[in-house]
Design a protein around this ligand. Structure first.
Ligand code: ADP
Ligand code: ZN
Length: 299
């Protein structure tokens, strides 16, 4: 049987796993999600569900994986496709690509969830037309990815921009939630840190002082991204920045932090810091990466 290749995408997260099977020319054959469990059980469920969606007589031509970090994404390094030291129980050292490959017997490409999201937002989302697109997610954790001319910025293993140290605001002495760093962005202002600050008393939307503090910290992080990576835009995702007021205040604070410095001083915060256009940017990116792998194989 012939026809356009059949491809699959997987996004692994700390709480949920998403998958989709599609024809490389665009048609979705099926998709779903599970709660994340142990690595063995999660991969068994995922691969069973994906296999069931591949039409009879066809084989999977490629699988793209957008993985939570830290994960090896350098194809030339022995850590490629392996989950590195993580606090997620049972996942440290797990050979994610090896396990999926032995079940699905297809070529696999893996990247971080945030790189995949940057890749998708650049190709088909809010960063379309921009040469360099940063993606920043603020939710349970904070992570950032970078798409450059239709590829992603990798590393050894990859950047962890959510763990850069921030300058604490005077009087802010609450303990951060990151077990590794006292004052990193994730520990100071990701979802669990916000929950600690709110202590069940009110919502972020109804706490203007906390909105201002969060905006200042996120603007510090965006300043670092801007100075280090110089993207054309920062696309933001994750639950926390869905708070309209927070995005607005972060834009205002970013302009203050950049202080009109050099060429970045001329950027327009309302255009520069933009909301993600895709609902599941990581999964979309994984699918695009799988498709690129089949294009590559055909050449
Ligand atoms: P995940 O990071 O697990 O993919 P989300 O991006 O939805 O999921 O982020 C969930 C985290 O963000 C939780 O810790 C949640 O408490 C926090 N969060 C999301 N929206 C808000 C908000 N408006 N105010 C405070 N915390 C929020
Ligand atoms: Zn940290």
């Amino acid at each position: 049987m012939t026809g356009a290749p059949i491809i699959a995408a997987i996004e692994t997260g700390g709480t949920k796993l998403l998958y989709r099977v599609a024809v490389a020319d665009g048609e979705t054959l099926g998709e779903g999600r599970f709660e994340t469990g142990s690595p063995g059980a999660s991969v068994a469920r995922l691969t069973r569900a994906i296999r069931a969606l591949v039409p009879d007589g066809r084989r999977l031509a490629a699988v793209g994986i957008a993985s939570f970090g830290p994960v090896g994404i350098d194809p030339s390094h022995p850590s490629y496709g392996k989950v590195l030291a993580t606090t997620k129980p049972g996942w440290s050292g797990y050979d994610l690509v090896g396990a999926i490959k032995s079940e699905l017997e297809a070529p696999i490409v893996v990247d971080t969830d945030v790189n995949a999201a940057a890749f998708a937002e650049q190709a088909i989302g809010a960063g379309r037309g921009a040469r360099i697109v940063a993606y920043l997610t603020v939710g349970t954790g904070i992570g950032g990815g970078l798409a450059i001319d239709g590829t992603t910025f990798k590393g050894s293993p990859h950047p962890e921009i959510g763990h850069v140290r921030l300058a604490r605001a005077p009087g802010d002495d609450i303990a951060g939630t990151c077990p590794f760093h006292a004052d990193c962005a994730e520990g100071l202002i990701a979802g669990p840190a916000l929950a600690r600050r709110l202590a069940g008393t009110a919502s972020l939307a109804k706490t203007p002082e906390l909105l201002d503090l969060a905006a200042d910290y996120l603007a510090q992080l965006c300043t670092t991204i801007t100075l280090a990576w110089s993207p054309a835009c920062i696309v933001v995702g994750g639950g926390v920045l869905q708070e309209r007021d927070l995005l607005e205040r972060t834009r205002d604070a970013l302009a203050l932090h950049l202080r009109g410095y050099g060429t970045v001083g001329a950027l327009e915060p309302a255009i520069y810091l933009r909301r993600a256009a895709l609902e599941n940017a990581g999964l979309e990116g994984a699918l695009l990466m799988a498709r690129a792998l089949t294009d590559h194989d055909e050449n």
